[in-house]
Design a protein around this ligand. Structure first.
Ligand SMILES: Nc1ncnc2c1ncn2[C@@H]1O[C@H](COP(=O)(O)OP(=O)(O)OP(=O)(O)O)[C@@H](O)[C@H]1O
Length: 464
């Protein structure tokens, strides 16, 4: 469980983050410390373990500079359950809207999915075997043992015939098993029984009902009703998927999954609260929406401070969940948050605005860089796509320029610029540009496709 945390030191965590995120050294260092501190806590003496509180972090930076990306990657590195919420979506207890505790329920749900997926992987080989048998039984039913069904074997001849038949049946089954395995029969249609859950979905009219009771009722009713079998005609490929789900579900102990998932959420979970500045009251103002903003902060406080939240998978203690809050803080300042909440986010990091050079790096260096994504997509069509270095510099320049002219949306601008640049190619492959073609994006091509837009501010507002 969470082996990776044990092995990665803060410096190694930063190295991992460097593979995906350009710049933002301070933020990376601080999240790395926070992650390592969890391991330090778990390995500290038992008395201190419950005392050590997480280093919750407040990230300050404009949109699209990598705040979410850092938190998300960190969670991936730690194999930790992760959820992102927007603080502005919450309303005070008693008002219509999402209540703050729902973020913890989301986290546990995420954790359950992770643990279930891991368990599914563990039982997959076993489940696949029985799925194969089920499919084989549908395609070539095994011959019945004649003695069992009450036939007396009267003559020697009959005995030999039966023997030959069962031998043949066995041989055919083995031949089909081979075909099933190598996917030769994937397109053939078969009729299978799929188990559906008998639970009707419940619609609630009128007053609000909280998520937990709603989910519990639904689960209870689902458990009480008999499972409904349904016949469906599907391809073998589809049948394999459906039957695998069912078979794996039979092999997985859900109580064990829930228990592990709750532990994981409590001890490794990361909750990313975006737009926290939207619930801070700008200094000097009072009354009106500010009152409700403060209300949300007060609802948030016990969760961040450590409390117990009821979820459908059991109660979850939030004491050791790592909270990373983020916001641009253009109007409100961190000091506009209520003091108790400020105290719970002791680590402040400012993320740098991205430069043109950063854009250039973001285009080509990260493991998941946009250029690599497009290259991979076209490779799937047998088309080779590559970018001249000068072209990348030009794209970076144009994106940076668009940000300063229109609106600063950070690295997200690269996505719109690239999408516009490559739109025509993406449409023409494979109909016009066939397999084995080689496309090189040059600086000239970039200018040809984008220079008009750059000159025309009105147009670039809509397109770039
Ligand atoms: N420093 C960076 N290095 C690599 N990619 C980046 C960087 N900053 C942003 N990106 C890319 O830009 C996109 C948006 O970034 P991200 O979601 O982290 O923004 P954000 O800072 O959290 O903004 P918001 O608060 O609006 O959500 C992501 O796809 C991410 O990959």
């Amino acid at each position: 469980m969470a082996k990776i945390i044990e092995n990665l030191t803060p410096q190694q965590i930063v190295q991992e983050l460097d593979k995906y995120i350009i710049g933002q050294k301070e933020a990376k260092r601080n999240v790395a410390i926070a992650l390592r501190n969890r391991w330090r806590r778990m390995n500290a003496n038992v008395e201190m373990q419950s005392e050590i509180i997480p280093n919750n972090i407040l990230m300050i930076g404009t949109t699209g500079v990598g705040k979410t990306e850092i938190a998300r990657r960190l969670a991936k590195i730690a194999e930790a359950p992760f959820t992102k919420v927007e603080a502005s979506k919450f309303t005070e207890v008693g008002y219509v809207g999402r209540d703050c505790e729902s973020m913890v329920r989301d986290l546990v749900e995420q954790s359950v999915n992770m643990v279930r997926a891991a368990k599914k992987e563990e039982v997959k080989a076993k489940a696949l075997e029985s799925v194969e048998d089920t499919l084989l039984d549908i395609l070539i039913p095994p011959v019945k043992d004649k003695k069992e069904v009450g036939f007396a074997l009267e003559t020697k001849k009959q005995e030999i015939e039966d023997y030959t038949e069962s031998l043949l049946n066995e041989k055919t089954r083995e031949a089909f098993r081979e075909k099933l395995r190598n996917g030769e029969l994937d397109h053939r249609k078969v009729e299978i029984d799929v188990q559906g859950n008998g639970a009707p979905s419940i619609g609630v009219m009128g007053g609000p009902i909280d998520d937990v009771s709603m989910m519990n009722i639904q689960e209870m009713i689902g458990g009480m009703l008999p499972k409904k079998g349904k016949k469906r005609k599907v391809t073998i490929a589809e049948a394999r998927k459906l039957l695998l789900e069912e078979e794996a579900a039979k092999l997985i102990d859900m109580d064990e999954v829930k228990e592990e998932a709750v532990w994981k959420a409590e001890n490794l979970g990361i909750i990313f609260i975006d737009e926290i500045d939207k619930i801070a009251s700008a200094s000097g103002k009072s009354g009106g929406p500010d009152v409700s903003r403060e209300g949300v902060q007060r609802d948030l406080l016990p969760i961040v401070e450590g409390s117990t939240v009821n979820t459908k998978h059991g109660s979850v203690k939030t004491d050791h969940i790592l909270f990373i809050a983020a916001g641009a803080f253009h109007v409100a300042k961190p000091s506009d948050l209520i003091p108790e909440l400020q105290g719970r986010f002791p680590i402040r990091v400012e993320l740098e605005s991205l430069t043109e050079e950063n854009f250039y790096q973001i285009l080509k260096a990260p493991k998941n860089a946009l250029t690599k994504q497009y290259e991979a997509m076209l490779e799937a069509e047998g088309v080779s796509l590559s970018f001249d270095d000068e072209a990348l510099r030009e794209i970076a320049r144009i994106a940076f320029h668009a940000n300063s002219e229109v609106e600063n949306i950070g690295a997200r601008r690269l996505q719109t610029v690239m999408s516009h640049l490559l739109n025509e190619i993406m449409f023409n492959v494979p109909d016009v540009i066939g397999a084995n073609a080689q496309i090189i994006i040059t600086k000239e091509l970039v200018n040809e496709r984008l220079s008009n837009l750059v000159k025309n501010k009105d147009l670039s507002q809509y397109i770039l």
